[in-house]
Design a protein around this ligand. Structure first.
Ligand SMILES: [Zn+2]
Length: 435
């Protein structure tokens, strides 16, 4: 046995018996090798004493844009249309592989610090982002969304996204035993057209890839799509086969009841990004209704340019508060569901169900430890309530992916934080924003 977590309060996410007190979790060869309340007979190379700490599955950030982390605080008071077309796209045009890699590392450092063990990223420069994810040790589903509004200029075979996807398939897809994965991706209905969707859907199917798309994020997007095509974004994308493989539909703020039923039938997951949706004034997704229709609802932060941090504890809290406030029914959103969204449903959205998202023997040891020795985490009546309404990312004191500790008590073991800061301040920020 490589590592033994000893004497922890363990949130397993197992159905029926989710919380074990004073428990032991062993890790061997990257996987969870034992879980129980009795110390294992086998000795461990490293024992981590966990009195006063909570061990749980690592969190999944099911929708983000890692390179954009350098745009934190860059545009705070715009609608999505202005934010995207007037602020983000012009500055993103100055991004390079080097700036994207540094932005991605910054995002990964923040996420590891806040207990995220797996991320889904839509970004240009995916090979550079994949390299950063590979080196840092985090799990990642990575895709570059097709983005083309001019049918005259579009050719699937020569499109830059296709070329990157081919490179990703050769170099990174399923690297390190499936830790790094390529997702097929379309940016959104309003930034592309039918042939793009059919081609991307076929590419996903041919290569056994998940799909990742922004869907019905704003009322304007949803209504203009109906004016353009006579169908909702979900219906028109479905007509082109886009949900033919497991799909993460990011946002889904304005989807209709029929759209929700369609997404549930197709086995799609929704990535709910409450902070970004509130900040851009997009509205609030109807998560309780989605769950009632059998949809998997994962949680995301979206980019640090629209949510300003990558803290999924905050996303869990906001998700619950929004549902309760909107419906004026405090019973509609139990805390356990938000924790499920951030763990099991996130793993499901990524196609990693059965591999992680639980503390269960045989699963990858994607684990986080929270230090409960703090006034704002005392007392503990209910672990789910504590995680959603009281805890924050900064309460995480250890983040492990596949048995490897990547963050521990203020230190990153695979990211040189001082060097990254020097790269950001010395090269990246002057290059993108001018000296
Ligand atoms: Zn997004």
């Amino acid at each position: 046995m490589d590592t033994l977590f000893s004497g922890a309060c363990v949130l397993t996410m197992e159905p029926g018996s989710p919380v074990l007190r004073n428990a032991f979790v062993g890790v061997t060869d990257g996987k969870i090798s034992c879980v129980g309340t009795q110390p294992p007979a086998q000795a461990a190379k490293t024992v981590i004493p966990c009195e006063g700490k909570l061990l749980m599955p690592g969190l999944v950030n099911a929708h983000t844009h890692t390179a954009m982390t350098i745009l934190r605080g860059y545009a705070d008071d715009d609608t999505l249309q202005d934010w995207l077309f007037k602020k983000v796209f012009p500055v993103e045009a100055r991004f390079t592989p080097r700036t994207a890699r540094a932005g991605a590392l910054l995002a990964i450092a923040e996420m590891l610090r806040f207990g995220v063990t797996s991320l889904t990223c839509m970004d240009p420069f995916i090979p550079d982002i994949a390299q950063a994810c590979l080196e840092s040790g985090i799990n990642a589903n990575i895709g570059n969304g097709y983005l083309c509004t001019d049918p005259e200029k579009y050719d699937f075979a020569s499109d830059g996204v296709t070329r990157q996807n081919m490179e990703m398939l050769q170099r990174f897809h399923m690297a390190d035993n499936g830790r790094i994965r390529l997702d097929a991706s379309v940016h959104a209905e309003y930034t592309s057209f039918g042939r793009v969707w059919s081609d991307a859907a076929r590419f996903a199917l041919d290569n056994g890839l998940n799909m990742h798309v922004h869907l019905s994020e704003t009322e304007r997007e949803h209504k203009e799509c109906i004016e353009r095509w006579g169908k909702t974004p979900a219906a028109i994308l479905d007509a082109h086969g886009l949900f033919g493989t497991r799909t993460t539909a990011a946002h889904a703020v304005w989807v209709s009841d029929e759209d929700m039923e369609l997404l549930a039938r197709r086995g799609a997951a929704v990535a709910h990004n409450p902070a970004s949706n509130m900040k851009l004034g997009s509205g609030a997704a109807r998560i309780a209704d989605m769950r009632a229709k059998g949809l998997h609802v994962a949680l995301g932060t979206d980019s640090a340019c629209s949510s300003n941090d990558l803290d999924l504890f905050w996303a869990m809290r906001l998700c619950l508060l929004l549902q309760k406030g909107l419906s004026r029914n405090p019973a509609c959103a139990p805390a356990e569901q938000a924790v499920r969204s951030a763990t099991l449903d996130g793993a499901w959205a990524q196609g990693r169900d059965g591999e992680c998202g639980m503390v269960r023997q045989g699963m990858w040891a994607d684990l986080i430890l929270l230090d409960l020795d703090a006034p704002h985490l005392t007392p503990v009546h209910d672990v789910y309530s504590l995680l959603c309404y009281s805890a924050r990312g900064s309460d995480v004191c250890l983040t492990m992916v596949r048995g490897k500790t990547l963050y521990r008590s203020g230190e990153w073991l695979t990211i040189d934080w001082e060097r990254l800061k020097a790269e950001l301040n010395g090269f990246v920020m002057p290059h993108v924003f001018g000296a």
